[in-house]
Ligand binder design. Structure first.
Ligand code: ATP
Ligand code: MG
Length: 577
């Protein structure tokens, strides 16, 4: 909680104004009953119209001042709370951006969304309320007691009985309720996860007609959230009626005690009226304190969850090397072994070594699940190797500043991700400074220009969310154009041509060779036809490097490669024939 509240420090001057104005408002509130009693005792009972008028005017002025205080207190309190939450959200978001794949997997997307929205809002509400209510309740409580005792010390007796009872009730309810707030938030995580999965996976759900199954799954999560919330609310609902009974009993006691004194002519009626108001204010303030504690416990449950995000140091730490190397465009794997963090299974990659020289095109070929994606992910440090080293331009990737390293690399991921923006901007995403010419050129190399021209708005055509308005192959080619426009030293294609027909694939390969000059290309593929023209082919089998050579030599020496070649080529023949 404290660490999260530190974000308020920057706005302390605004935050401080809120309680100051609140003091003004409460002071005015505290004066009112006293004035009221004077009007009754001296004005009404003393039959003095001028006095009623005079005190009446005073009451109106004080109310007005109090009102202004209240408004300003609210304005500044909210200003501070909003700025506080804004900063907090920004920081938490940039933490999420820096998280490695492994960390986002662990938090789950749903939970991260809840933490950045709902949890931060809970803290924001708390700050806004605390700034005003903390002062209000304390002043009402202390000031009220002072005023009541001032009227007649005997009224103190009533407080002596009711206050402890009230405190005990509030304490018991809160003690039971506090642990439930954390549970509510985690149930909300679950609801968010299911919604998020289903909204983004709507197509799959429909294709398998699993709507009912998913609706049920959502129902379960939703019911759990509802039930936990109800449990909290039931507890809290107890507070108000019980405290009201206590309060009304106290008022009765004041009237009874006061009545006796009025009969004995020791106290005026107006003073008793004032005492009733003060006692109500005191007991109300205790109730408010209870509410505030409820908010505190709730906010601290949320604060804890936000802190977990803020404290999540990137597992993949950035080095300091600025990436300024003499040689450019080489990648070397040195005795690489790799296992996914937190997974107990065997190594996914085992003792892999090979070098990709500047300007070469190296293909990585292997059966599905053999570890190709895992291998290239190590180059951009999406994960770190368990053993061994990956060197880019002769320098261990761990020594690079992450941005500098990733600047050298253009990565086309296995799963194309596009954004809801124009085609042009989607391509330019790879390099914000690219001119229209460069965007066009990249699209031409990626064999995308043709189909883009076919769209009504051409390059200005809008891609729908996640690229759902495009075919699989179109998405792949846009992703390729996006990587090319970046003009990196090293281009990595992770199975990026799988959705292209053989003709387009061949055209793309030729265009890459002709236009990319000395850009190093690492290309994962399943099809021998796509890799035959590469300078070298790394054949991966069950996480091990089976061979590393060019097509001709592999055909002579590598059984695995021959097998793949024969099976695919024969298949192709059959299809043709
Ligand atoms: N995030 C992950 N956590 C744990 N295990 C993983 C993860 N990603 C992949 N694996 C496992 O690592 C192995 C290699 O996966 P990888 O994605 O590297 O295969 P691939 O060769 O790229 O396959 P494909 O050709 O189908 O893309 C698989 O057995 C897979 O189950
Ligand atoms: Mg893969």
């Amino acid at each position: 909680m404290i660490k999260v509240l530190k974000y308020l420090k920057k706005y302390w001057y605004i935050a401080a104004l809120s309680p100051l104005f609140m003091i003004l408002e409460v002071s005015m509130d505290l004066i009112q009953p006293d004035l009221m009693s004077k009007i009754v005792d001296q004005g009404v009972l003393g039959e003095n119209m001028d006095l009623i008028f005079e005190f009446g005017i005073q009451m109106i002025i004080f109310t007005f001042i109090g009102c202004i205080g209240g408004i300003l207190s609210g304005v500044f309190g909210n200003m501070a709370a909003q700025s506080f939450a804004n900063d907090l959200r920004k920081d938490a978001f940039s933490k999420v951006m820096k998280m490695s794949f492994q960390q986002t997997d662990k938090f789950t997307t749903g939970s991260l969304v809840t933490r950045l929205t709902n949890d931060i809002t809970a803290c924001q509400d708390f700050v806004g309320m605390a700034l005003r209510m903390m002062v209000r309740t304390t002043m009402q409580f202390v000031g009220g007691i002072y005023m009541v005792l001032n009227i007649d010390a005997r009224f103190g007796l009533i407080l002596l009985v009711t206050l402890p009872v009230q405190l005990i009730i509030v304490a018991v309810v809160l003690k039971k309720g506090a642990p439930l707030f954390g549970v509510v938030q985690s149930k909300l995580d679950r609801v968010n996860s299911v919604v998020q999965e289903n909204v983004s996976g709507a197509r799959v759900v429909k294709a398998y007609t699993r709507e009912q199954y998913e609706i049920d799954r959502f129902g379960t999560a939703n019911d759990e959230l509802c039930n936990t919330n109800l449990r909290v609310q039931k507890l809290m609902a107890l507070l108000v009626p019980v405290l009201s009974i206590l309060m009304n009993a106290s008022v009765l006691a004041v009237i009874y005690l006061g009545g006796l004194q009025v009969q004995a002519q020791e106290l005026e009626v107006g003073r008793i009226m004032a005492a009733i108001t003060y006692i109500t204010q005191i007991l109300m303030s205790v109730m408010m304190i209870g509410m505030m504690f409820q908010q505190v416990t709730r906010a601290s449950a949320s604060a804890k969850r936000i802190r977990e995000v803020l404290d999540a140091d990137p597992v993949i730490g950035s080095g300091s090397f600025d990436g300024n190397t003499e040689i450019k465009g080489t990648v070397e794997f040195r005795n690489i072994s790799f296992r996914y963090p937190g997974v107990q299974a065997n190594n996914v990659l085992e003792d892999i070594s090979f070098t990709v020289n500047k300007g070469e095109t190296v293909a990585i070929l292997g059966a599905t699940g053999c570890g190709k994606t895992s291998l290239v992910n190590l180059i951009a440090r999406f994960y770190d190797a368990t053993e061994g080293q990956v060197l880019v331009d002769g320098v261990d990737v761990k020594e690079y500043d992450l941005d500098a390293l990733r600047k050298k690399i253009g990565f086309v991921l296995q799963k194309s991700e596009l954004f809801s923006d124009t085609i042009e901007n989607n391509i330019r995403w790879g390099n914000p400074d690219a001119t229209d010419e460069e965007v066009r050129e990249a699209a031409m190399i990626a064999q995308a220009d043709g189909f883009i021209q076919g769209f009504t708005d051409g390059y200005k055509d809008i891609v729908t969310e996640k690229g759902s308005s495009l075919s699989g192959g179109q998405k792949q080619r846009l992703s390729i154009a996006r990587a090319i426009v970046k003009k990196p030293e090293i281009l990595i294609f992770d199975d990026s041509m799988s959705a292209l027909d053989l003709t387009t694939d061949a055209k793309l390969q030729r265009a890459l060779r002709e236009n990319l000059g000395d850009t190093t290309v690492i290309m994962i593929a399943q099809r021998v036809a796509s890799v035959m023209g590469a300078d070298k082919i790394a054949v991966i089998e069950n996480g091990r490097l089976a061979a590393f050579d060019n097509h001709e030599n592999l055909m002579k020496s590598c059984d695995v490669y021959q097998d793949i070649y024969n099976s695919q080529m024969r298949e192709g023949d059959e299809k043709v024939g």
